[in-house]
Write a protein that binds this ligand. Sequence first.
Ligand code: CA
Length: 245
Amino acid sequence: VNRPGTAKTARVLVVEDEHHLAAGIAENLELEGYRVDVAHDGKSGLERIVRREHDLVVLDVMLPGMDGFAVCRRAREQGCNTPILFLTAKGELGDRLRGLDAGGDDYLAKPFHLEELLLRVKAILRRWEWYTDVPQTESVVRFGQNEFDIHSLQGRSWDGTAHALTQKEAMILKVLSERPAEVVSREEMLEAVWGYEAFPSTRTIDNFILRLRKRFERDPSSPRFFHTVRGVGYRFTPQGEDPPK
Ligand code: CA
């Protein structure tokens, strides 16, 4: 897991095949004080990502050879949980959801203003600092036969399977576990985890909850820990609760 000291010294990998755009992004990030590396295709991007030297990856979807979704999926399969900000071609809902399904954390639709990208990058790194600000002694969350360590991002589910959570999955779990048995609205989760309102849609939260259920619930379609509160948000019960009949 990368542990950025401050946002200013964070290291960002940009994977983008349009050389002009890649150079423009890199230059602007460097002006903000970030250290930046660039890859121009999916294969070399993946090689860089899994070395885990970066605090954030800006990953274009349309890449020659291996596309951004495949790159992200493979990185996650290898247990790499560096946050990934997708650059999607259109910003269509389908593309966004595909990106989140592949294990992405965030997306920005092309064309975008560089200012927007910088704000997004800043927000992602800032939320990460908030997340890691937890005393070591309080870093393990237990629910049922599941456990999750906030610091290492490593979890173990009821069947003994090890899970490397992505940063956003981990952040959502942290927000919920800090307020056990309380209803937490999607808006509150967006504010805490993403730190800005424009993105993502509240549907994104649902997608992340599905990811958590798949990891930790015996029967994800009938959850005991991550409950939907219709029209509002979610409620987490660490002791488990039988689903309504
Ligand atoms: Ca491209």
